[in-house]
Design a protein around this ligand. Structure first.
Ligand code: FE
Length: 201
């Protein structure tokens, strides 16, 4: 049996086992299909960068909230209902015309789950973890973000105690957009610091 075939086979087996386990739990009355559907839905729709985008859009439109967010990210984020696992302390970093913040976890893959969901593969890669600190401008340019020399780049190393969320700059010309329209401009990457928020469409 080739390796490829073996892998395909294994993942199919895993799916079958997961389905069998799910059926068994439902049959025994330990869990409902509704609950399983709800958990999957939460991970797909609620727990993901959309939470962070809602935080950013609120900070863009509400100066008091912005001030609170920068002073006590954890509490200000919890105010929107986002807290819990892998997010017990979240520090928010403000990008400005003169400072650009970039987040990494040099040791492993610490990431603010309640606002960004699960980290992308590149965030966990050895190359990103090593190079983000050593040559941040080069890494950013590979993401397509070229920063002029007069912008200070600050790199923040996440750990199990502190997770970071970047508050990207609000793009010019978006002052009159609705909250929903602003949320759509805030990408996951802009909240890690490897991109700017998207401009108005
Ligand atoms: Fe880590």
């Amino acid at each position: 049996m080739s390796d490829t075939h073996h892998h395909t086979h294994s993942s199919a087996d895993a799916e079958i086992r997961a389905k069998a386990l799910e059926s068994l739990l439902i049959e025994k009355g330990l869990i409902s299909t509704d609950l399983i559907d709800e958990v999957v839905r939460q991970y797909e729709e609620d727990i993901g960068p959309l939470n962070g985008a809602r935080v950013v859009a609120r900070a863009w439109t509400d100066p008091d909230y912005r001030e609170w967010l920068l002073r006590d990210g954890t509490q200000a984020i919890a105010d929107m209902g986002y807290h819990g696992r892998e997010g017990s302390k979240i520090v928010v970093l403000e990008n400005t015309a003169s400072v650009h913040n970039l987040v990494v976890c040099t040791l492993c893959s610490c990431y603010p789950w309640p606002v960004l969901g699960l980290p992308p593969n590149w965030y966990k890669s050895y190359a990103y973890r090593a190079r983000a600190v050593r040559e941040p401008r080069k890494v950013l340019s590979e993401f397509g973000l070229i920063l002029s020399e007069d912008i200070e780049v600050r790199v923040w190393d996440s750990n199990s105690e502190v997770r970071y969320l970047v508050l990207p700059e609000q793009p010019a010309g978006t002052e009159t957009l609705s909250s929903e329209q602003l949320i759509a401009l805030v990408s996951r990457d802009s909240m890690i610091g490897v991109a700017h928020a998207n401009g108005p469409v």
